[in-house]
Design a protein around this ligand. Structure first.
Ligand code: GUN
Ligand code: ZN
Length: 431
């Protein structure tokens, strides 16, 4: 099998830059190297040059930054074609734009087309793994897993489950949600690079019976992940209180039904009560920050620094199509801006860690993706740090490498992605 030697500036992680000094946790080795063999990273730095031998194919990325492929820890691929829909807040936005588009995926051919379109767009943006909601149709999950397998991508996905407060065409039942999710889980979990996530959309669209059924399924298959939404908008939280009068808080609607656990992913988690914050951390659950969505739909300012410093696992995500971009660069920029509105400055090193290793950790795939080290999958993004005249003129003034990287985080888009490697192959920009 061909070996590939990539040269450029290489991003390294030695720890979590939120729980200790970022300087100890994240480093950029300038003019370094990385060797790929059999789809994995075989060596880094001088070891890579030595081990490459004369037959390795050399990809010289010059002054570009070589980093782990971005990991989008919460997205809705079925919403690809309705991203950037104007003027609504969460519940209205779901009813006006989202549900009608998700009904279109009842056509398996359309679902297949959208799954391919979506993954091609994320690869253009340097994203190599996603955790995505699908629609209620089992074939929508099949479509994404198939499209991911065709590209060699590590995909997390699950059939979305809803049995109330949604159009009839998008409702399953407690029993069919259990049966269909179980069949998909059995077929896809661990097949190639696929991981199954049991996916109740959110408490307002599931009866307690459905939540219990999915909690029972998770107990039978604790190896699966579970993904849902939590405390995104104030109106939504009030609705949950009406629908679940017995619950202590929003998280309790999941906790009481077997849907709180370490392998659980709770998207948004903006307006949390102290008890919810404690419980999420105690069980080791992951929360997912969706900053472009939280500003676009007007949801609120997630407490990234407070939660991450306290040891809460946090991933980063676009939340396509509530989020307004497929780009994890744009998403990091929004995370920076939201933290500024809360009076905190997130360092570029912390943002890059969050979009890669941080997301990998909440997906429980940190031993495979999210960092560049021998034995990890060769899922790689290469960033041109001077991709537009505006970015280039700013980067030219930089006094150190971090000052050169930050303008690309704040101002970059898919033009900054000079290559995307998946499973050891250059799907974009092999040069
Ligand atoms: N809450 C329930 N469903 C959704 C969704 O599709 N997008 C977002 N942003 N929030 C949700
Ligand atoms: Zn979402």
């Amino acid at each position: 099998m061909t070996r590939h030697l990539l040269t450029g500036h290489v991003l390294h992680f030695a720890g979590n830059p939120f729980t200790g000094p970022w300087q100890d946790a994240v480093r950029i080795a300038e003019n370094s190297a990385l060797l790929i063999e059999n789809g994995q990273i075989a060596a880094i730095g001088e070891d890579a040059r030595t081990a490459a031998g004369p037959e390795a194919v050399h990809h010289d990325y010059g002054g570009h930054l070589i980093l782990p492929g971005f990991i989008d820890a919460h997205a809705h691929y079925p919403q690809t074609a309705m991203i950037a829909s104007w003027g609504k807040r969460l519940i209205d936005w779901l009813n006006t734009y989202t549900f009608p588009e998700e009904i279109r995926l009842s056509d398996p051919d359309y679902a297949t087309r959208i799954a391919s379109r979506y993954l091609d767009l994320v690869l253009d943006h340097g994203t190599t793994s996603v955790a995505s909601f699908c629609t209620i149709h089992p074939h929508s999950a099949e479509a994404l897993f198939e499209a991911g397998a065709a590209r060699g991508m590590a995909i997390v996905a699950g059939k979305t489950c809803m049995d109330r407060n949604a159009p009839d065409a998008l409702c399953d039942t407690a029993q069919s949600a259990y049966d269909d999710s179980k069949a998909l889980l059995t077929r896809w979990h661990g097949k190639g690079r696929a991981v199954y996530a049991i996916t109740p959309r959110f408490s307002p669209t599931s009866t307690p019976e459905q939540l219990h059924a999915l909690g029972a399924l998770w107990a039978e298959h604790p190896e699966a992940l579970m993904q849902t939404h939590l405390s995104e908008q104030v109106d939504e939280i009030a609705w949950v209180r009406d629908l679940f009068p017995q619950a202590r808080d929003y998280l309790d609607t999941y906790e009481a039904t077997g849907l709180l656990g370490a392998r659980g992913l709770y998207g948004h988690s903006i307006h949390l009560e102290p008890r919810e914050i404690d419980r999420l951390r105690e069980v080791g659950a992951g929360v997912v920050h969706c900053p472009t969505s939280n500003t676009f739909i007007g949801s609120g300012l997630f407490d990234l620094m407070g939660l991450a410093r306290a040891g809460q696992g946090v991933g980063l995500a676009t939340d396509t199509g509530g989020g307004s971009s497929f780009s994890m660069l744009r998403t990091m920029a929004a995370a920076y801006e939201v933290a500024q509105l809360r009076g905190e400055a997130v360092h570029a090193a912390q943002l890059l860690w969050l979009a890669t290793a941080g997301s990998a950790a909440v997906l429980h795939r940190g031993n495979e993706i999210g960092s560049l080290a021998p034995g990890m999958a060769a899922d790689i993004c290469v960033l041109d740090l001077a991709s537009t005249p505006a970015i280039a003129q700013r980067a030219a003034e930089a006094e150190d490498i971090w000052e050169a990287v930050f303008p690309t985080i704040m101002m970059g888009d898919d033009r900054a992605v000079s290559a995307t490697w998946v499973n050891g192959l250059p799907l974009r920009g092999g040069n």
